[in-house]
Design a binder for this molecule. Structure first.
Ligand SMILES: NC(=O)C1=CN([C@@H]2O[C@H](COP(=O)(O)OP(=O)(O)OC[C@H]3O[C@@H](n4cnc5c(N)ncnc54)[C@H](OP(=O)(O)O)[C@@H]3O)[C@@H](O)[C@H]2O)C=CC1
Ligand SMILES: N[C@@H](CC=O)C(=O)O
Ligand code: NA
Length: 445
């Protein structure tokens, strides 16, 4: 093989153009790190040949015919940054069958078909790397598989979607509306082509499936992730949390213990003092608990052209090194364990924040607290604030640890009380306690 490595690029959008930028501007570093192997972009698959694009790609390289990339014998490595599942899967399979190495940023694909693609890559003696698929520019997959290879990971809590973190930051700090914040995230290139995947939590769920596979060797299917996006989050919830010393974040959580594995994505209240609460804008962070190492946090930009492209090109460097050493092969030992047991709702324990509107009448407080007593759940904090110009009071509590099934029962029981007008919201609470004055301003008796 010549020292020039031929690359075929599938896609030249936000991430693809970042890849071109890095290959052009970091040539010297890349040459040094790959042992003087030069890379040469030999074909670029796009959808629209006429589109005006930034960067210096020779337009003659553009094609709309995938075979011109997948079957070109001068292409050693295919970089897939086009997105989507079915076409991308077919293209990657075809490229692997033609003995081409793969680097992809596609979490949708790796969450759904990662196991089978890794097995195929292994059979073909090809590399298949996907660092950019989780938490953009943070080298989290490499940290789990290499840096923490000797440890037993028990829990990962992460902000793994840049779009929603950007939106929550702007809604909290600049009081932007949900729609304004989403539009900005789209304009900045953070959002998926269909942003419902971001705001409904599916993008984060895909990333957590990948993290659970690498961290725990767990085979968790997407539909087994407990999933709640941020579409129902209101400015009121955010403001209420702020008053109590909490920051609301869309959190991906993966945990394992003797009862099994749990993977969830949902808006969670984090104490302001917790490091995850200071992760703003499109930044991501993954907090990893290892039995031996204790707690570590990986932080960095989770979306955007250059940060994501950094991860892609670093994977390209890894592949080139393996090609030069003659050791290229997918790491199948990183594919999932078939016997993953999922925890049941009654075994999933957490603290919860519950906010409700109650009628400010005699006996209301007793009825509300009796729901908790009868469900054998106590609370850590309880506060009440009057609501302007109504006979209603706003009551919020943070429970002690309780199971997810018991939370459902408590919510139903509260909603059925005559003194409760509405259960406004409930959020999981993670990351320790905050110093909230207990039972403040209790008007309900
Ligand atoms: N944006 C980000 O911050 C991050 C993105 N990712 C992932 O990276 C991948 C790419 O994302 P991004 O760059 O933002 O996406 P874009 O929509 O900006 O770019 C997609 C590119 O792929 C081309 N393309 C899409 N479908 C086809 C097709 N069927 N045939 C030929 N060409 C096609 C498009 O062509 P044309 O230009 O002609 O329309 C475009 O150049 C996705 O998997 C995404 O999830 C991962 C981490 C972060
Ligand atoms: N849409 C994703 C892009 C990176 O994975 C996000 O916002 O995090
Ligand atoms: Na990454």
């Amino acid at each position: 093989m010549s020292d020039k490595i031929g690359i075929g690029l599938l896609g030249l959008g936000t991430v693809g153009s970042g890849i071109i930028h890095i290959l052009e501007h970091h040539k010297k570093e890349l040459m040094a790190k790959t042992g003087a192997a030069d890379v040469d972009i030999r074909r670029v698959l796009v959808r629209d040949l006429e589109k005006q694009r930034d960067g210096h790609v020779n337009r003659d390289l553009y094609t709309t015919r995938a075979e011109e990339v997948l079957e070109d014998p001068n292409i050693d490595l295919v970089v897939e940054v086009m997105g989507g599942v079915e076409e991308a899967r077919q293209y990657i399979e075809k490229a692997l069958k033609n003995r081409k190495h793969i680097v992809t940023a596609n979490k949708d694909l790796m969450a759904l078909h990662g196991d089978e693609l890794l097995a195929l890559a292994d059979r073909q003696n090809c590399e298949l790397l996907y660092e950019a698929s989780v938490a953009g520019g943070i080298p989290i997959l490499r940290s789990l598989t290499e840096g923490l290879a000797s440890d037993r990971i028990t829990k990962m809590i992460g902000i793994v979607n840049g779009t929603t973190n950007y939106m929550l930051t702007k809604m909290t700090q600049e009081e932007l509306s949900y729609d304004e914040a989403l539009q900005q995230a789209q304009e900045l290139g953070f959002a998926e082509s269909d942003p419902t995947a971001d705001v409904e939590g599916l993008d984060a769920a895909r990333k957590m499936v990948i993290l659970a596979r690498l961290g725990f060797y767990a085979s968790v299917q997407l539909d087994e992730v407990h999933l709640k996006g941020m579409t129902a989050v209101t400015a009121e919830d955010i403001a209420f949390g702020q008053q109590l010393g909490y920051t609301l974040k869309l959190i991906g959580l993966a945990e394992r213990n003797e009862e099994g594995v749990e993977v969830s994505v949902e808006p969670v209240f984090i104490p302001d003092s917790h490091p995850l609460a200071s992760v703003h804008d499109e930044y991501n962070a993954v907090y990893v608990y290892g039995e031996a190492v204790g707690e570590t946090m990986f932080y960095g930009p989770g979306a955007g052209s250059l940060p994501t492209a950094t991860a892609v090109v670093s994977d390209v460097v890894s592949v080139i090194r393996q090609i030069r050493l003659g050791t290229a092969k997918a790491e199948v030992n990183l594919s999932a364990d078939e016997e993953t047991v999922l925890k049941k709702d009654e075994d999933i324990y957490a603290k919860y924040f519950i906010r409700l509107h109650a009628h400010d009448v005699a006996g209301a407080f007793k009825k509300i607290t009796s729901v908790f007593t009868s469900n054998k759940v106590s609370f850590e904090k309880l506060i009440q604030l009057p609501l302007d110009s109504t006979d209603l009071a706003e009551v919020a509590m943070v429970t002690h640890e309780t199971s997810r099934s018991s939370l459902e029962k408590i919510s139903d029981d509260l909603a059925s009380l005559d003194v409760v007008e509405t259960v406004k919201s409930r959020y999981r609470v993670e990351g320790g306690e905050v110093d909230v004055p207990e039972q403040r301003d209790l008007a309900l008796v």
